[in-house]
Design a protein around this ligand. Sequence first.
Ligand code: 5GP
Length: 183
Amino acid sequence: MLGPVLVSEKEITAQVAALGERITEDYAGRAPLLIGVLKGAFMFMADLARAVALPLEVDFMAISSYGAATKTSGIVRIVKDLDADLTGRHVLIVEDIVDSGLTLSYLRKGLLARGPASLEVCALLVKTGLQRAELDLRYVGFQIPPDFVVGYGLDVAERYRNLPDIRLLEPAPPAAGGASGAS
Ligand code: 5GP
């Protein structure tokens, strides 16, 4: 069941613009390669890429995590790998949401092994206090409470990705059953 709005469309728009400006300044004179993690980051990637005034490139990878639907085990399988060669590139991972941080830490290790000139992370949402892995997040959109959220690319059982804002998801009443699954 959809709950209240946690981060509004207006707040997202303003913050994405601010992140874009910072990235534009930090990467001035370089052509960064933005790597979006599908599917959740597709909307953030589209908006962020337009907010960066540099000759950037984009690429995508898709991963699927093992384990229960709404909890991450940190063990991920690459479902779609990158097309780009990362050697010598200034790589910026564009992530929708960091919860335990395990997915990101696994990804970062894998991408670092491919020899980029630099590797940074831009995460739209970071849940407070839950990171089990050592994280170094250069750019963060919003710190949010450790509740399950949907919208702006984020789903539950593939639904709600098209919502323009980030909303809380309230558990369905026990008897009613309910959707599960996330990415
Ligand atoms: P982590 O490995 O940091 O615990 O989990 C990160 C991944 O879990 C995200 O990329 C996302 O796919 C999923 N995830 C974590 N929290 C949420 C949430 O609140 N809503 C949705 N839809 N997915 C989430």
